[in-house]
Ligand binder design. Structure first.
Ligand code: NAP
Length: 277
């Protein structure tokens, strides 16, 4: 420790939309830590040299977001078991020579959000329907499998991508046709949207939750709006819902602890601060 403010940040392209600076800025103020957390925009052709420069300049670490989660992993000096299994990283911690360790905390963020919102929620020996097969779906599938889920029904507009995930993760993942998602809702414990459908400016998912059982939990990784059309439909059927903001908040905690030395709390005040309320 040399008494200088601790530096960390988030790297993406573009990066202006990221809420991570609000999140980490709130925690820095709350815990009275001398530090900064800055958004850094790097074009893809400058990512490798840019990351090294941040590390050499004294940054403790960075989060990486779209479109760098895979590229950041492939240039890491060391990789956590989770990031290696998922093939993507979102949390990098630097050595002084600019090399870095890569981890992925998205699955941790997903599970922590579910448990904090619905303490009785469990997936062990259960079933889930996952909509989408992109990077976020990969993290959620990995997390559910590690929790001992019995079956994941996976549906994606582009079926091939769902099949690739099944090939990667194994037979507990069963690919469902995108046109059959309303039927696939029947007797699953949890329905999870990992597509960008339902986000402000995007169409809603065309799905009916009519056949869902009364206890089926519905969650959406999209958090703009907080109550997406999918969650609104679930509420209209009296189903328990979990919004996606908490996943963003929880996935930031391990990086904050690594870089600033304090495990941060995820609570209602933080949610309000990140929502700008
Ligand atoms: P991604 O890798 O680009 O995947 C996007 C997914 O959305 C794919 O499955 C894609 O299907 C599907 N999709 C896009 N447009 C569609 C449409 N018109 N109809 C049907 N499916 C469509 O993105 P990602 O990183 O997985 O992120 C997905 C979403 O999760 C984003 O909204 C992101 O903001 C959110 N997210 C939230 C958190 C959080 O902390 N809450 C964390 C990570 C991600 P195809 O394969 O057919 O294109």
């Amino acid at each position: 420790m040399n008494g200088e403010p601790i530096l960390a940040g988030v790297v993406g392209y573009p990066i202006g939309h990221s809420r991570s600076p609000l999140l980490h800025g709130y925690w820095l103020r709350k815990y009275g830590i001398s530090g900064h957390y800055v958004p850094v925009s790097l074009s893809p052709d400058r990512l490798v040299e840019g990351l090294r420069a941040l590390g050499v300049a004294g940054f403790r670490g960075v989060n990486v977001t779209i479109p760098f989660k895979e590229l950041a992993l492939s240039n890491a000096a060391t990789v956590s078991e989770t990031a290696g299994m998922l093939g993507a990283a979102n949390t990098l911690t630097f050595e002084s020579d600019g090399s870095y360790h890569a981890d992925n905390t998205d699955g941790y963020g997903f599970l922590s959000n579910m448990r904090q919102t619905l303490p009785d929620w469990t997936v062990a020996r259960g079933t889930a329907l996952i909509l989408g097969a992109g990077g976020a779906a990969r993290a959620v599938v990995g997390a559910l499998l590690s929790e001992g889920i019995a079956e994941i029904r996976l549906a994606n507009r582009t079926r091939r991508r769902a099949e690739e995930l099944r090939d990667h993760f194994g037979t507990r993942v069963r690919v469902i046709d995108w046109r059959e998602i309303s039927e696939a809702v029947c007797d699953v414990d949890t329905v999870i949207n990992t597509t960008s459908l339902g986000m402000i400016g995007n169409a809603a998912i065309e799905i009916s939750l009519e056949d869902a059982e009364s206890g089926t939990v519905v969650t959406d990784l999209v958090y703009q709006p907080l109550i997406t059309p999918l969650l609104a439909q679930a509420q209209s059927h009296g189903l328990p819902v979990v919004d996606g903001l908490g996943m963003l908040l929880h996935q930031g905690a391990p990086g904050f602890e690594r870089w600033y030395g304090h495990w941060p709390e995820v609570d209602a005040d933080l949610r309000r601060a990140v929502l700008g309320r």
